[in-house]
Ligand binder design. Sequence first.
Ligand SMILES: C[S@@+](CC[C@H](N)C(=O)[O-])C[C@H]1O[C@@H](n2cnc3c(N)ncnc32)[C@H](O)[C@@H]1O
Length: 231
Amino acid sequence: MLYGVGVGPGDPELLTLKAQRLISQVPVVFVPISRQGERSVAMDIAQHCLDPNKQEIVFLLFPMSRRPAVLQEAWSEAAAKIAGRLKAGQDGAFLTEGDPGLYSTFAYVLERLRSCLPELRVEIVPGVSSINAAAARSLTPLATGDESIAVVTGAHMDKLKAALRNHNTVVILKVKPAYDRILDMLEQEGLAGQAVLVERATSEGERVVEDIKSLRGQEMDYFSLLIVRKR
Ligand SMILES: C[S@@+](CC[C@H](N)C(=O)[O-])C[C@H]1O[C@@H](n2cnc3c(N)ncnc32)[C@H](O)[C@@H]1O
């Protein structure tokens, strides 16, 4: 059995009871990292559930690259490592920061695992996503009544523009590489005053910034998102 387990946005108290139980019970825990020797955010969040004397911790390397060949090789290697343990009869938990269904590598790895292990049994354990955490920490309602919400990344300005025009609330993830361009777009649409930036929601170093224009030109934290709530 493979469990894809969401460990939430940072605060260990936001781990679900189910996630805690499964993480502490399984013999193998799969931990994604983006660089060899680097700390894993997901593992730090779930640290209190792990016992390295009784459990095997398997690090899976997913480089922060946009090159399809690099990514595909990493997903396949990870799937092979996981398949090896599962075929030996061991249940495993794949840790994901936030929720496994939201921009998580787990989806790519699962696709590969399914093709090499068609009989694989999988359970996904949802986690508190960064979206919910940021909304809570900034006291922003995501939607009321019959309003609509869009979730986009900072990668495509055309998609962002369409979302801003068509929805009441727009959540923008992965803002780090494109912050100034996103800000330009929000200013162009007259929405810069209706947005909030949340960095490291529920974790150490958390910041909630309402004056998002003041962040122009600054190096953003990878764990940052914007919520635009149209008034
Ligand atoms: C690859 S996505 C993973 C999302 C994650 N699976 C989730 O459910 O929230 C990474 C992006 O999520 C956002 N993010 C994740 N954790 C965050 C946090 N604690 N505070 C603010 N943004 C966060 C950032 O925009 C970051 O660039």
